[in-house]
Design a protein around this ligand. Structure first.
Ligand SMILES: [Zn+2]
Length: 113
C-alpha cells in the first residue's frame, strides 16, 4: 500500500515537473535506497498499474536498488549492510548517511515529438 501511494506521488511529480503531457512519457528511471523501506518490486507493480490505468502501458520503468552510503567523521565513505554498522576504517559511529535512504527519480525520458 505504501508503495502504491509512492507510485502515485512519482507519477504526479513527473507530470507536474517535466511531462505535463504524459503521453510523451517514454520511461522513468528510479533509484530505491536499500534502507528506504520501499520494496522495488511493489513500486514497479504500482507504477505499471497506474500507467496502465492512464492508458500508457508502454512506459518503461527502470528501478535500480542503490546501497546506503555513510560518510564517517574520518572522511571514509562506506556502504551499510545494516543500519548500525560502524566505519570500517576507524570504527566510529559518527557518520552521516549521504545516500540510499530514499527514493529518487533519477531521470525521465520523453518523446521528442
Ligand atoms: Zn571512520
Amino acid at each position: 500500500m505504501h508503495e502504491f501511494a509512492l507510485a502515485t506521488d512519482i507519477i504526479e511529480t513527473v507530470s507536474t515537473s517535466v511531462a505535463p503531457d504524459l503521453s510523451k512519457l517514454l520511461g522513468i528511471d528510479i533509484e530505491v535506497g536499500l534502507f528506504s523501506g520501499v520494496v522495488a518490486d511493489s513500486l514497479d507493480f504500482g507504477l505499471k498499474t497506474i500507467l496502465a490505468d492512464k492508458n500508457l502501458p508502454d512506459v518503461k520503468i527502470n528501478i535500480t536498488e542503490v546501497p546506503t552510503i555513510a560518510r564517517c567523521e574520518c572522511g571514509n565513505d562506506y556502504s551499510l549492510k545494516e543500519i548500525f554498522e560502524n566505519c570500517s576504517l576507524c570504527h566510529s559511529f559518527n557518520r552521516k548517511i549521504i545516500s540510499g535512504m530514499d527514493v529518487v527519480i533519477e531521470s525521465v525520458e520523453l518523446s521528442e515529438e
